[in-house]
Design a protein around this ligand. Structure first.
Ligand code: ZN
Length: 457
């Protein structure tokens, strides 16, 4: 290494600070070069971040699992790894507000068992980084759900507790009003405030208001929203009363386009008076399309009337994943096929659901936020989208996830955007790859630097 020439110091004077500066310069020649400011840079993607009102081509820099900077131009020399996202959309990691993932108990015919799906199999491949389990478990079995699934999944799994203490295990349990205890449910919710984000009531067939009333007691005590699947339509408990009297502003009505419970005005085919009044009061409306909860004959005229969802969710389970629902991006593509903009559906899968569950830290790309990101492609072509009655709407656009990033690291990469070609040399920064990807590069084969001239036998 070279010492700074003595005359330079003399020319510049001999103040203490300059001497310090020159000695630092000299010693840095021995040290490793400093790492760039960012771990990963997504370059020139079209960022849609509803919370921050961004809808433009921007660069997104990530450092230590957090969003470090979103700006018009961030030089790639500032990052260990740069990925070209030109022509793609960069959004916050998607939040699916209504899924069923209490899988693996072995219980047949139960959403706390065989009817649920394992979350990681259905999330990253469609840009989803957070799911909310909608009431598979109640206060009695939540801790089993937590240790079995929530704590072991790569996906961020949040939960709404079923107002039924035993959870969503079939009619024998779900119709049992003696097992609907708002107080006990609130206590469990308050024990896990990071994970329990709501209370769910579902599938109730009786004429009573008990499940809704107990759910609201629990939701009020724990200061979290109630999500309602309103079960059997009963004249003793009209939808109008649910949305204008029983629920609180901020509670959530799921299966909004099911047509099973007075959602649609029979004359105008637009939203019913209950829906209009409920929205005015601040009730949120969620798709939860599921296996039997979405009809084009409702969705088309209601969207035409401007009654669009607050949140887009799947109600994912074994009966919907291969049916009309399929996955989160398919439901979003459906809504686009009947008139919603890309910007609207992205908001309904990011900042809106985060707001509904009072987890405003999720669903945005604010600097300092957790770096959960979906990189989406809008494919053009001819597509068909079905509903629970097996009727179809044709569309020309379909959303596809190219890349999913969770906590700053790539967890899904459809077309190997991040990977090097097999016969290219290793990136000099590859030794730092664990800072931006879960797919660790293996050391290059010692013998494959040149293509083989002979076929192996
Ligand atoms: Zn459901």
């Amino acid at each position: 290494m070279k010492q700074l020439p003595q005359k330079n110091i003399a020319q510049c004077g001999t103040s203490l600070s300059l001497l310090l500066a020159s000695s630092l310069l000299a010693s840095s020649a021995f040290a490793q070069p400093a790492l760039p400011a960012y771990d990963l840079l997504l370059h020139e993607g079209h960022v849609i971040d509803a919370k921050n009102h961004i809808d433009a081509v921007m660069d997104v820099a990530i450092k230590d699992g957090k969003i470090a900077k979103v700006a018009e131009h961030i030089p790639s020399t500032d990052a260990l790894k740069t990925i070209d996202a030109k022509g793609l959309y960069v959004t916050p990691g998607l939040i699916d507000l209504h899924v069923h993932v209490y899988n693996g108990t072995g219980e047949r015919g139960s959403y706390a068992g065989d009817l649920s799906v394992p979350p990681d199999g259905f999330t990253f491949r469609v840009g989803v980084t957070t799911v909310v389990d909608a009431g598979c478990s109640g206060w009695k079995n939540f801790e089993d759900f937590k240790q079995r699934i929530i704590d072991r999944s790569k996906t961020r799994v949040l939960a709404m507790l079923n107002i039924v203490g035993s959870g969503m295990r079939g009619d024998k349990y779900e119709q049992n009003m003696a097992d609907m205890d708002g107080e006990a449910t609130a206590q469990m919710a308050l024990k896990y405030p990071e994970t329990v984000v709501g209370i769910k009531t579902a599938h109730f067939g009786g004429p009573e208001w008990t499940p809704v009333e107990q759910a609201v007691i629990a939701g009020t005590k724990a200061n979290i929203p109630v999500m309602v699947d309103f079960g059997t339509d009963r004249p003793t408990r009209p939808l109008y009363d649910l949305l204008t009297k029983k629920l609180r502003p901020g509670d959530i009505y799921t299966h909004m386009y099911s047509g099973l419970r007075q959602e649609q005005d029979p004359t105008t085919l637009g939203p019913s008076k209950a829906f209009i009044e409920g929205r005015k009061r601040g009730i949120f409306f969620d798709t939860g399309t599921g296996g039997g909860s979405f009809k084009w004959s409702l969705a088309v005229p209601m969207v035409k009337d401007g009654f669009i969802p607050d949140s887009i969710s799947t109600d994912l389970h074994v009966g919907s994943m291969n049916g009309a629902t399929k996955d989160e991006l398919n439901v979003a593509s459906k809504m686009m096929a009947i008139g919603l903009s890309l910007q609207e559906v992205v908001a309904e899968m990011t900042s809106h659901p985060a707001h509904e569950i009072k987890h405003e830290e999720l669903g945005n790309l604010s600097e300092g936020s957790v770096a959960d990101i979906a990189v989406l492609r809008v494919e053009k072509g001819h597509y068909g989208f079905t509903d629970m009655q097996n009727t179809r709407v044709d569309g020309t656009e379909k959303l596809v996830a190219e890349l999913t990033i969770k906590d700053g690291k790539i967890v899904y990469d459809l077309n190997g955007m991040e990977a090097r070609r097999w016969n290219e040399p290793l990136d000099p920064n590859a030794k730092y790859a664990s800072r931006w990807t879960t797919f660790a590069p293996r050391p290059p084969d010692t013998h494959n630097t040149a293509p083989a001239t002979e076929m192996p036998h």
